[in-house]
Write a protein that binds this ligand. Structure first.
Ligand code: FAD
Length: 416
């Protein structure tokens, strides 16, 4: 007989947890305060990125954040605030931005990415969710300056040492893969190890599959507080009802630190806002690419092309800053020939909040103080990639099964 499990948050992480927990025979309920039609898990670039082995917290990032603080169209922005949570997070981020942190994070990030990519492939091949886009053509890192090129080639060499499939491309080699690039692009690094998907499609199909499999999904219902019996959560109180599950999974993305506070815990997470533009006309983009100097992601999704970018640390808000959206559109025009993004397409831009931990690693695991709570969040720029692996690990934790990989590095109790 399975357990009754309440998952708070119906983004890719919460739904992936539901997917694997349901398969283990548990009675699963997912609660989300939104209508589950938008947010980070819908607006993302759809990349599955074993290539992203370097965490955001790496040497020089804090300096970049400070340098770009006053530039309204910069790709990385930290809004200076006297909010104690932000100050604590920024301090921890700065502490983590070291070579030692990067070296510690690389194998963990690589292993969880490879596991997750395999799980996406299994889901795809099983046909359970119906047909969805999963293209394994890799990801191009396009550069216009030797400085960016040299930096990326260094990352590529490290990725190759880690056993990832990656090639340096000259401009001539690049032209055969992606013909309509502007003349001033010098070359690219091609991470063949990566893949891409269309997030809206997978989210819709995953929801439909889960409901059919018996998972209860409650939308527009907000978890507000918890009741305890010593070290066990006994009741979860929402805007509509009261639940008494055996186990609770906190997969509430950028909002998790607020809920953690209601549980008497401190979990450092900052929302990192990003934007997407969809262009529903043929543009000739055949391979996903990151436009290095602009930090913009381009993805040929099913029936449209998506341009996504910016990491704006300005607290929880969904304000669309037009100057940043325009900077994404301009980058696209600067890298590809004959691409023009219209005002209407810019007006239809949407944003989402990435849950960013200070050290670039997610929080996955049980906490020491509460017996029936598992945390699954903090995946920042890799949450789409890492959803399935997180779901699998959470189901193994709750079912007390052997883990698919070691997870000490993701411990939610870790200190910075
Ligand atoms: C522009 C952009 C591009 C990106 N590109 C990529 C990419 O190419 N590859 C990649 O791997 N990642 C990418 N990411 C990151 C990725 O999208 C996120 O890390 C991921 O979607 C986070 O998923 P999540 O389930 O943790 O959070 P979310 O999707 O934010 O879901 C959390 C859910 O919890 C709900 N919730 C919160 N509080 C409560 C409450 N009290 N009660 C009930 N419900 C609650 C929210 O309503 C929300 O729906 C990108 C992100 C952005 C913004």
């Amino acid at each position: 007989m399975g357990k009754s499990i309440l998952i708070i948050g119906g983004g890719i992480v919460g739904l992936s947890c539901a997917y694997f927990l349901q398969k283990e025979g548990n009675q699963v309920t997912v609660i989300d305060k939104s209508s589950m039609e938008g947010g980070a898990s819908y607006v993302n670039a759809g990349y599955l990125t074993p290539s992203h082995i370097i965490p955001l917290a790496s040497p020089g990032m804090m300096a970049k954040g400070l340098k770009w603080m006053f530039n309204s169209s910069s790709p990385f922005y930290m809004k200076p605030r006297l909010d104690p949570d932000f100050i604590r997070w920024a301090w921890a981020f700065n502490q983590s931005s070291s070579k030692a942190n990067v070296e510690r994070a690389i194998p963990l990030i690589k292993d969880i990415n490879l596991l997750s990519k395999e799980l996406y492939s299994d889901m795809h091949d099983s046909g359970e969710l119906g047909d969805f886009q999963l293209v394994k053509k890799g990801l191009l890192m396009l550069y216009k300056t030797q400085k960016e090129g040299n930096h990326e080639k260094e990352v590529a060499r490290r990725a190759a040492d880690e056993g990832l499939e990656v090639t340096e491309l000259t401009r001539a080699a690049l032209d055969t893969l992606q013909p309509n690039l502007n003349k001033d692009i010098l070359g690219a690094v091609h991470y063949q190890c990566d893949a891409h998907t269309s997030p809206n499609e997978i989210m819709a199909q995953l929801k439909a599959y889960l409901i059919k499999a018996g998972v209860v999904i409650q939308t527009n219902e907000e978890v507000q507080r918890f009741e305890f019996n010593k070290t066990t959560i006994t009741r979860v109180i929402t805007s509509n009802a009261i639940y008494s599950p055996d186990e609770i999974v906190l997969a509430s993305g950028s909002w998790t630190s607020g809920l953690a506070k209601a549980l008497g815990m401190r979990l450092l997470i900052e929302p990192g806002k990003g934007y997407r533009i969809n262009v529903k006309r043929p543009l000739g983009v055949t391979l996903p690419a990151i436009l290095m100097e602009a930090k913009v992601a381009v993805t040929p999704m099913r029936n449209f092309t998506r341009f996504a970018g910016t990491m704006e640390l300005s607290g929880i808000n969904h304000i669309i800053r037009k100057e940043r959206v325009r900077a994404i559109a301009k980058a696209a025009e600067n890298f590809y020939e004959n691409i023009h993004i219209t005002d209407e397409e810019i007006d239809e831009a949407r944003c989402g909040l990435r849950p960013v931990s200070p050290d670039g690693l997610p929080y996955i695991g049980r906490v020491s103080r509460i017996k029936n709570l598992t945390i699954a969040t903090g995946h920042a720029m890799m949450g789409w990639s890492l959803g399935p692996a997180t779901g699998k690990l959470v189901s193994e934790i709750i079912s007390e099964k052997p883990l698919s990989m070691p997870i000490e590095g993701f411990h939610p109790d870790r200190r910075f």
